[in-house]
Structures are given as C-alpha cells and as structure tokens.
Design a protein. Structure first.
Length: 501
C-alpha cells in the first residue's frame, strides 16, 4: 500500500467530528492492507512506529531541507525499512547516518507525506481520539466483536499485534489473547472529579489512595526474572535495579503489579517529578534511589485477577506487596475521604484517587471506576505567539506560546505552550484577533505584542532547560481569556518558580 493512502485517511479522520465517519474511514483502510502491512500501518496511525525509539529529535526532523517528490510513490513497507535503519544507527557516526537516511526519506516523500511522517517519528500525531476509533475500526474490518478486540488489545498491550490477529487469525486465536507474565498490558486510567465528595458520590464505597507525583510503573516477575515497564510500556528494567530487588523479595513467584515510583528527599517527602523522570534516563546518575508503591495486582502465581473486584485484588496485593502498598483507606464517607485527601496533600502528594471497590481492572480504559482528585491551579499569563493548527485546525491559529511576567526586567518569560481547552469559537476568534497584534511571522507561528492575558489551568510546573525561566507548565489548558486584565497584572515568573519543591 502507498503511504499516501494512510495520509489521506488520517486527513479524513482529522477533518470530521463524527466518530462513525472516523471508524468507517479507518476500517476501509485496514481492509485494504496486506497482512505484513497491518502492524506497520497501525504504528503509523498511532504515531508509535513498531521500531520504538528512533534516536531522532525535533531538530533532526525539522532541520531536513530537501525538495520533496512531486508524486506519491512511497509504500509503507519502504518507510518501515527506512525506520529500521534509523533505529539501528548507533555508535560513532550514527548522527550522520540518521541525517542521511532522513534526507533520503524526506526527498522520496511528497510534502504532505513528509509532514505526516515527521509527526509520526516525533510521536505527535493528533487526530482526535484516533486510538479508540481505531479499535472499533479493527473490529469492523475483521468482523469481530468490538469488546473482544478491545480486551485483546488491553491484555496484549500491542494494538498492532491485536490488529494482525483480528484481521488474519481465527476467532479462537483472538479469544486466546490474554495476560502473559513478562508482556506489559495497557494500564487502567483514571477520570477526574472536581472534589473528593463528587468522586465518592460517583464511585460509592471506595479505596481512597494517595495520588503520587511519580512515574507509573508496571512490574512483571517470573521466578527471578523481573521486568519493569513505564506507562507507555517501555522496558526500563536495567535502569531501576532497586525496584527489581524489591520485587524479587516479595512472596510470589509469578506476579504482575501496577504502581508508581518516586524518589524521596532527606526528610522523607516526595522529590520533584522531574527528578524521578531524570532517573529513568539512559545516562542517569544512580545515586538517586527510587522507591516503588503498588496500588494494584493483575496476576498472582497462575491466577489472573483483572476480572476480580478491587476488593479482592487489594487483599491479594496487601498479602504480597506488604509495606510497598500505596497508602489508602476503605470508605463510603465523603468527609472521611476528604480528611484523607488533606493528609495526602500535607505529605506533599498530588491528591487522591478514589476507586470503586467492586470494579474490575479495565486495562487501557479511562472511566468512572477510578477518579483522581487534585487541586487545580490557575494563573494569568500573556500570549507571546500563536502557532498555525494542523488537521481539522488547518488555517486557524491554535497553539499558544505562554509567558509569565518578570517584574525585574519588565519582559515576559516563556513557560510553555498549549492548544488544550480551545473551543471552535475561540479558535475563530484567535485567528481573527492575533494577526492584528502581529510583530513578526515565521512559517509556523504568528508572534504578537505581549498584551493579551489568558487564564491557564495547570497541574503544576517542572524544571525545564527549554525555557529561560527554567520551568515548564504541566498539563496546561485554557480556561478563558481575560480582557479585563492588563499584561502588568499577569502572574510573575517568580510565582511559578515557587511551585517547585
């Protein structure tokens, strides 16, 4: 299949709000694929190439300057082979090899194809809840029950593999896809609520647990073989020997555990999220010790537990993980849950997760069985530039560059970007308004006078060398514009820096 067919389908999906139309387009594409192309195409559609990390960053991709092909001729198999070469490049001279291969690939691609491939390589393909629609499309193209396909994808942790089995295998083979110790599964996800009381009202009797500002981990043990995976299922076993040692000491020969890890400071409080994430790096210092806290168990000594209620799983978790179980209480009392939430915040954690005690483990799903509650912080920041959108937002000004005020210099310090929270009405308004404030323009953004104040909700900040202030916003989203405020009333960089522990 030509890459152009995939690109056209993604454009079609991005251009419509209709979930049914998205599923129809994707199912049609999947039905036309050869068996050997299925996993490749699914990797492209989810911006998760089957090769994993390719060793190419934003600068490497967008630094490529070539004349693109006039007509589409690249097949997805040819692109996959090129990505194999990128992933295999290593050692002295590897940067030059990658640059040469990228240039060759870019020259063989048309301009729309290269724009698509750049976003796939960087993992930044945004097509409007595509992965959920893709599961439905796989089921439709294969003529299989959507629930069966969804469960196979959750338990295998590999959407491409699931698509191959669904589209080329038998019904029995798809039904047999299940948990396997050593193979990571998609993690269960939490919804959100404005308050602990709201969360308890939704969940009923609940396990109310600390929400750590750490990194999600999934740990598999088979005998002495322990594997540790990140939230996105990357194997980091060799980087976390202290976690491996803890799990080897647990009273279970075969087990799959879900949890979080973070580092503690000298006083026993949680260190910054960035410290934990830096510890996962390939060249990280090993003197920072990570401690695991487990909040769920999926398998124990030959027994799959994902369909058991949390009440049963929690008892088994406490038996096996002991002191490494995350702090929590069992309650249906909103005031008791609120008091526990205040204790979590006082201990330096993000908040709590309220979990329905009778719910099964829904791998890969986000729903009302798990509900996270944490304080929402809002700040008034200034718009410094706005990037042009892509997909359904093509032709509209979308991604905001945000700045905090530096009272010492009178300038504005960039602290992040966001396109989250923008309605169609706001997008149209931005596109009309910001060119009137333009100071200069690049191929991808309009830079504007720093006079427009916007209220931004964040979950916090983290250290970042990308921006001059040394911090970056976490999970920033637009609440509203503040025409009633001047830029002189915007929050300061010092206020945001003070959020760092």
């Amino acid at each position: 299949m030509l890459l152009a067919e995939v690109v056209a389908t993604v454009s079609e999906v991005a251009a419509t709000r209709s979930r049914l139309a998205k599923i129809d387009a994707l199912a049609g594409l999947l039905a036309r694929l050869e068996p050997r192309e299925i996993a490749i195409a699914v990797g492209f559609l989810t911006a998760s190439p089957r090769q994993g990390r390719l060793g190419v960053g934003w600068r490497g991709v967008f630094g490529v300057e070539v004349e693109h092909a006039d007509a589409a001729s690249l097949t997805i198999a040819e692109v996959d082979a090129a990505l194999d070469e990128l992933a295999a490049a290593g050692g002295p001279g590897s940067a030059g090899v990658r640059e040469t291969r990228l240039r060759s690939l870019a020259a063989a691609a048309t301009e729309p194809e290269w724009d698509f491939l750049a976003r796939v390589i960087l993992g930044e393909l945004r097509t409007g809840a595509l992965e959920g629609a893709l599961l439905e499309a796989i089921a439709r193209a294969a003529g299989r029950p959507a629930a069966t396909v969804r469960r196979a994808a959750m338990l295998s942790g590999d959407l491409g593999e699931t698509a191959v089995v669904a589209l080329t295998g038998t019904e029995e083979e798809l039904d047999e896809v299940g948990l396997r110790v050593g193979r990571p599964v998609l993690p269960m996800l939490a919804g959100t609520a404005a308050s602990v009381a709201d969360a308890v009202a939704q969940a009923g009797e609940s396990s109310v647990e600390y929400k750590l500002d750490g990194a999600r981990i999934q740990v598999h043990r088979h005998g002495d073989d322990v594997r540790v995976f990140t939230r996105n299922l990357t194997d980091i076993t060799h980087r976390v020997p202290e976690i491996v040692a803890v799990v080897r000491g647990l009273p279970a020969a075969d087990v799959i555990l879900d949890g979080e890890t973070l580092a503690l400071d000298e006083d026993g409080g949680p260190r910054a999220f960035q410290d934990t994430m830096a510890r996962f790096g390939a060249d990280a210092e090993r003197d920072l010790v990570l401690r695991p806290w487990f909040f769920d168990i999926l398998h124990a000594d030959g027994r799959d537990l994902v369909d058991e209620p949390l009440r049963v799983r929690r008892a088994e978790l406490e038996r096996i993980a002991g002191e490494h179980v995350i702090p929590g209480i069992l309650t249906a009392d909103a005031s008791e849950a609120e008091e526990f939430s205040r204790a979590a915040l006082a201990a330096g954690h993000e908040g709590v997760v309220v979990k329905a005690i009778d719910a099964p483990y829904a791998a890969g799903r986000r729903g009302s069985a798990w509900i996270k509650v944490k304080p929402v912080l809002t700040y008034d920041l200034v718009v410094l530039a706005v990037e042009w959108g892509s997909g359904r937002r093509t032709g509209m000004l979308s991604n905001l560059h945000l700045g905090a005020r530096d009272p010492e210099t009178g300038e504005f310090v960039m602290v992040g970007k966001t396109f989250k929270g923008l309605t169609d009405e706001l997008l149209r308004w931005q596109t009309d308004y910001f060119p009137q404030m333009e100071t200069r323009r690049t191929s991808y953004a309009v830079h504007v006078e720093p006079t427009t104040v916007v209220e931004i909700a964040i979950d916090g900040v983290q250290r970042s060398p990308r921006y001059p202030g040394g911090i970056a916003l976490r999970f920033a989203r637009v609440k509203r514009y503040r025409p009633d405020k001047t830029a002189a009333e915007a929050d300061t960089i010092q206020t945001l820096q003070a959020l760092l522990r």
